[in-house]
Design a protein around this ligand. Structure first.
Ligand SMILES: Cc1cc2nc3c(=O)[nH]c(=O)nc-3n(C[C@H](O)[C@H](O)[C@H](O)COP(=O)(O)OP(=O)(O)OC[C@H]3O[C@@H](n4cnc5c(N)ncnc54)[C@H](O)[C@@H]3O)c2cc1C
Length: 423
């Protein structure tokens, strides 16, 4: 634990929200203790060895955009920026599966969305005026469904907005919150190509987001206790007075604080009357152990297929399908075959199924509807020493790494301010 001059900050959960809160607190002179229920950090953003494919795989390929400034600052702080890879310019290759038609969207490198005014960079056969729905979405003020805000059909929707919004919001876009879409567009497309460069942890999430964070925390005297599951919070005098874990009980002093960085369905068990998102959407990932052909782009958007994004990674090809709820009951081998047949068609690889693994994350993110978005709580709670973090708290962003890191930073800053004021 970090050497202290009074008070311990307990962080519950070592997902990216908990880890980023801990990283932010390395400058604080308080003791910081991270408690994680499982044997591994990273939560929904993790790598692990899969014996079936004999590969280290990610629970899901995660994409950052160069405009995700909090996520990038977290990675810079823990020293793993070099593990992120992406093209020099913001470009996204697409293929229409039935017709085989291919195109690449190039947003350039500027700090203004000049790409909208450049015929070469826009979608083929579209004019600036066709992009008005994007502007309407970006400046939406009331939270409605996207389907009630813009027309969800036509080339701009099908070839730009639908794949982008589905990937970022993890819900069929017509049902999604226009406000969350607005935040996303203003922080990425609205800031020009410099904010839209896609960045991938090509060699695995663990080596970029998780292991360097644990090492950094250790170097700064902060330990992460694994298999240390919180089972109850006890309250008294408007504060958390005791933490009960499976293996220990910790009574809290006046100067101690708690950052609860667990998923919403766990937090609501611990915090009385906590309102939080209660509906979720799943993500399906398929991983194939095979060398991708040189002509396959690092990242390919698939329109009108089951696959949504195909990633060409070192010695493997991975496929992501967002809001893939209907695929959760399909037999795994059938799903692997169906996905591989599309990959084979797109890549020219043989139809013979290579070693594969399917990862289905049922509660990948909260359902990004206006109703669920309205349930997100602030970091500060009614309990004096309890703060919330997690991609599901009221960050104004969809449930993403960026949201998780911003929530962790926010909770850490609130704790620091409070302790400073009390000193
Ligand atoms: C398949 C998939 C693909 C994704 N793709 C992307 C993407 O491309 N880009 C992107 O930006 N985001 C993506 N995301 C979202 C991103 O992973 C999450 O937003 C982020 O990881 C959430 O972090 P968190 O810390 O808020 O929550 P979590 O990762 O859920 O962390 C919570 C932690 O709390 C621990 N915990 C739970 N209960 C207890 C307890 N009682 N005691 C102690 N610890 C406990 C958990 O074990 C976990 O480690 C994806 C998510 C999934 C699942």
């Amino acid at each position: 634990m970090h050497s202290s001059d009074g008070g311990t900050i307990h962080i519950i959960g070592a997902g990216l929200a908990g880890l980023s809160a801990a990283v932010r607190l390395t400058g604080s002179r308080r003791t910081v203790a991270v408690h994680e229920a499982t044997a591994q950090a990273g939560g929904r953003c993790r790598s692990y060895y899969d014996p079936t494919t004999d590969m280290v795989i990610d629970n899901g390929t995660h994409l950052l955009l160069s405009g995700n400034h909090a996520a990038l600052s977290f990675i810079a702080a823990i020293g793993s920026t070099s593990g992120l890879h992406g093209p020099g310019e913001a470009e996204f290759a697409f293929i229409d599966l039935p017709s085989g038609e291919q195109w690449t969207l190039r947003f350039g490198v500027s700090r203004f969305p000049w790409w909208l005014f450049d015929k070469e960079r826009r979608l083929p056969q579209t004019a600036v005026v066709d992009y008005l729905p994007l502007v309407r979405l970006a400046w939406t003020s009331v939270d409605k469904r996207i389907g009630d805000t813009i027309n969800c059909s036509g080339p701009i929707y099908e070839r730009l907005l639908e794949p982008l919004l589905l990937a970022a919001l993890n819900i069929k876009p017509p049902d999604a919150s226009a406000k969350l879409a607005s935040a996303l567009i203003r922080e990425t497309l609205g800031l020009g190509g410099q904010a839209c460069r896609p960045l991938l942890a090509r060699d695995g999430l663990g080596s970029v987001f998780v292991e360097p964070a644990i090492a950094y925390l250790r170097e700064h005297g902060i330990s992460v206790a694994f298999q240390d599951e919180l089972t109850a919070l006890r309250f008294g005098n408007g504060r958390v007075s005791r933490l009960e874990f499976t293996k220990q009980t910790v009574d809290l002093d006046e100067e101690d604080a708690v950052i609860l960085a667990v998923p919403p369905y766990v937090a609501t068990n611990f915090v009385p009357d906590l309102q939080a998102p209660s509906s979720f959407r799943g993500i399906v990932n398929a991983h194939f152990r095979i060398d991708p052909p040189a002509h396959l782009p690092p990242m390919l958007g698939v329109i009108n297929g089951t696959c949504e994004w195909i990633f060409a990674l070192p010695s493997r090809i991975s496929v992501t399908i967002s809001d893939g709820g209907e695929l959760f009951t399909a037999p795994r081998a059938d799903l692997a075959r169906a996905i591989w047949s599309e990959v084979a068609k797109v890549s020219g690889l043989p139809h013979t199924l290579p070693p594969w693994q399917i990862v289905r994350e049922r509660r990948a993110t909260f359902a990004a509807t206006p109703e669920q978005n309205a349930l997100r709580p602030m970091a500060k709670t009614g309990w004096g020493n309890l703060f919330l973090a997690g991609d599901w708290t009221a960050t104004g962003l969809p449930a993403t790494i960026e949201s998780a890191v911003r929530s962790g930073y926010r909770a850490a800053d609130l704790v620091s301010q409070q302790l400073k004021a009390a000193a």
